[in-house]
Design a binder for this molecule. Structure first.
Ligand code: ADP
Ligand code: MG
Length: 725
């Protein structure tokens, strides 16, 4: 399976957005971020520090300043990654930074302006252009999924019911690594279709959020594209390569203010940056190289990106920063974070012939449908030739032979038409035949009618099969076919030239960076001193340089310490709030829930690590539930509870109330009319039913019947009228 096991570092690029109008008008003048594009360096000035303090310098694979174009970033830093995905590698691009620094702008950009389209639309264009230009022996299948992680729940943005259902689960398989179970994935045949998928997802994201900005700065969005490509290998068999591309727009990395939050909001606050801090921990553990445990399992995001960080993938991280002085701390944190990520080593390899390739299934299904169709057509053709009186001389195995599709379809249609005409003629002849009896005529006509019906049914089935076959086949994209109209040669050349230039700039920068390092090392070796004075001068210079470096490192250590203290304080604050909440719950439990009830509940509780939740064990164990609950004891069949033989006999005989089992009331209809006598009737008429009741003497209350004959209704109504007047 593996072709290339060499490891490669995560590529980290930094992008700085221009000062916004608001920042220009309200904040102090000038940005704090300077960039050396040639060397790939970011120089950060601390607005609060005295001018003598040295500025902080970070070096990255590439840097893009506020005047950079979307296209520059794509061609130089993203294009090689997408090419790798098309060759069967896993690829990930993620944008990291404070809210409002341009993560979404970099990933999506402004869709309507081709100049300002971000990484995602450019990647769509790239993928489908590549497919249209590849050789015709290649077949492609492109799928897309879109999900977001909000408050540690995975939501499928392409599922219309995602708002009502619970979050999706993560699963792991040795073949594909970590994946999301039941995630919708759409087969896309063109740029338009994949853009549609993106739009549907974006709308779902917007609808799901009460406050869009707030929501999007707290949720991570992942757009996943799988490109499967099948190509005949030197052994003549078709080989499939699967490239998976994750395009990730992370939540804003700034610290969420956590003051005065309680209950659900507290839970939310605790979860908001869980994924991000887990991501930071994973990056630290990987960059450190010494820690044996990488805490991927701490959050959904890190589990999903497990392969992208230190695994089988090529990864590009775009760290976005803003130039405004008021965000100095955040910018510094982002740059440090990005600097650490540079040290992560991945082991990308081509995913060749994985078992779960959907393309293989599609190919099999298409081959099956095609065989079925050919078989049908072959049969029709055979019949036609028999009808035409031609001898069928060819071999039977030729039925699998690939016939010219359209021709065969036409032939089959013609055959059906001819056959219909023939049957119609036969019908005519039968009707006009005077030697046949009416009964025989009817029979022959009926037979013909049946044949006609069969023919139509067969034709319909073939049509359905053809439609299914065509629909299946249309999902596969074949190289060499023009699915995009702008694939003329000139443009191709232009793009290639642009790529070459981008590649050259990249190499130049790498060389410059290497030269800088080597220069420092070589200075020592080259030094030969002619005089003592010269030696002193040179060494003083060097001392100064080293002293400045020492100061920088000291400042760095202080900064890191400060940051740790700050984050520790925040964690302590969260912990205090959680402890308070916990104590409150304990108080309620201790004072309002009886101890035996509490014990019962405690005994039934268990923790489900998959769903990260406490759950109740079922009251009756699953396996015994079915056998235990279904049967009633023999003595209780037909009764609510077991009953003795004596009681049953007594009950059958009837009268004694003790043996009336459950039903101690007599429910037979009592035809005596209700007491509706007038008040004037006096006391002697009170409750006649009770007095006259035959069961009264037995001490049983007999249910009254309100059935009344026609006669008694009239009498009672007249009585009633007497009553109410
Ligand atoms: P985030 O997703 O990081 O919260 P956005 O991408 O929404 O930030 O960017 C915030 C604003 O800044 C948007 O109005 C966007 O148009 C603008 N912006 C960001 N980056 C750039 C850039 N490189 N050039 C021009 N405008 C930018
Ligand atoms: Mg955003």
């Amino acid at each position: 399976m593996s072709k290339n096991k060499s490891s490669e570092a995560v590529k980290v690029v930094v992008r700085c957005r221009p000062l916004s109008r608001k920042e220009e008008s309200t904040g102090p003048a000038g940005g704090i971020v300077q960039m050396d594009l040639r060397l790939g360096q970011v120089i950060l000035r601390n607005p609060r520090a005295p001018p003598s303090e040295p500025q902080k310098t970070f070096t990255f694979d590439a840097v893009y300043d506020s005047s950079s174009k979307q296209r520059d970033l794509y061609d130089e830093s993203v294009r090689p990654l997408i090419d790798s995905v098309l060759a069967g590698f896993n690829g990930t691009i993620f944008a990291y930074g404070q809210t409002g620094t341009g993560k979404t702008y970099t990933m999506q950009g402004l869709w309507l302006d081709p100049e300002k389209q971000g990484v995602i639309p450019n990647a769509f264009d790239h993928i489908f252009t590549h497919i249209s230009r590849s050789q015709s022996d290649k077949q492609y299948l492109v799928r897309a999924s879109y999900l977001e992680i909000y408050l540690e729940e995975i939501r499928d943005l392409l599922d219309p019911n995602h708002g009502n259902t619970r979050g999706l689960e993560l699963r792991e398989s040795p073949e594909t690594g970590v994946y999301v179970q039941d995630l919708t994935s759409c087969v896309c045949k063109s740029i338009k279709e994949i853009e549609e998928v993106m739009n549907v997802g974006n709308q779902a994201r917007a609808v799901g959020a009460t406050d869009m900005n707030e929501h999007s700065s707290r949720s991570h969005a992942l757009f996943l594209i799988t490109v499967e490509c099948s190509q005949p290998g030197p052994d003549g068999r078709k080989h499939i390569r699967v490239g998976r591309l994750n395009l990730v727009d992370l939540a804003g990395s700034e610290r969420q203010a956590k003051t005065g939050v309680q209950g659900d909001r507290l839970k939310e606050a605790a979860k908001i940056n869980l994924s991000l801090s887990a991501l930071g921990n994973v990056i630290s553990a990987l960059a450190d190289g010494r820690s044996s445990h990488v805490p991927y399992r701490d959050s959904k995001l890190t589990r999903l990106l497990q392969d992208s960080l230190g695994g089988n993938a090529k990864t590009v991280m775009v760290a976005t920063v803003g130039p405004a002085p008021q965000h100095y701390d955040e910018t510094l944190t982002t740059l440090r974070y990005a600097n650490r990520a540079k040290n992560i080593q991945n082991q990308p390899r081509v995913n060749e012939d994985p078992k779960d390739a959907l393309l293989r299934e599609f190919q099999k299904e298409i081959a099956r449908l095609r065989a079925q169709l050919n078989h049908r057509r072959f049969r029709s053709k055979q019949k036609k030739e028999q009808v035409d009186g031609e001898a069928w001389e060819r071999d039977g195995d030729e039925e699998g032979e690939e016939l010219e599709e359209e021709e065969v379809e036409k032939e089959a249609e013609e055959f059906v038409k001819l056959e219909e005409q023939r049957l119609e003629k036969e019908n005519e002849a039968i009707r006009e035949d005077q030697f046949l009896l009416a009964e025989e005529k009817q029979k022959l006509l009926g037979e013909n009618e049946k044949m006609m019906g069969d023919l139509r049914k067969r034709q319909e089935a073939t049509e359905q099969l053809t439609a299914r076959y065509k629909a299946m086949e249309s999902k596969l994209l074949v190289g060499g076919k023009n699915i995009i109209d702008h694939t003329n040669e000139q443009q191709k050349m232009l793009e290639m030239k642009r790529q070459e230039i981008a590649e050259q700039t990249r190499r130049e920068r790498e060389m410059q960076q290497q030269m800088l390092v080597q220069d420092e090392e070589a200075v020592e070796l080259r030094e030969t001193f002619t005089s003592l004075q010269q030696e002193v001068e040179a060494k003083t210079k060097k001392l100064k340089k080293l002293y400045a470096k020492l100061q920088c490192t000291k400042a760095e250590i202080k900064d890191v310490n400060d940051e740790h203290v700050r984050s520790r304080q925040e964690l302590e604050q969260t912990q205090n709030e959680l402890t308070r909440e916990l104590k409150f719950k304990y108080l309620i439990i201790e004072n309002f829930i009886p101890p035996e009830e509490k014990n019962k509940i405690m005994n039934r509780l268990m923790f489900d690590p998959d769903e990260d939740e406490w759950k109740f064990k079922p009251l009756v164990p699953e396996e015994s539930k079915s056998s235990q609950m279904k049967k009633r004891p023999l003595s209780a069949v037909g009764y609510k509870r077991p009953i003795s033989q004596y009681a049953r006999v007594a009950m059958a005989k009837g009268t004694h109330p003790r043996y009336r089992a459950e039903n101690i009331k007599l429910l037979e209809l009592d035809m005596t009319p209700p007491n509706t006598s007038a008040l004037t009737d006096g006391e002697q008429n009170q409750s006649p039913t009770l007095n006259n009741s035959p069961s009264n003497d037995k001490g049983i209350c007999k249910s009254r019947s309100w059935y009344q004959s026609q006669k008694s209704i009239t009498s009672s109504s007249s009585n009633n009228s007497l009553l109410f007047i």
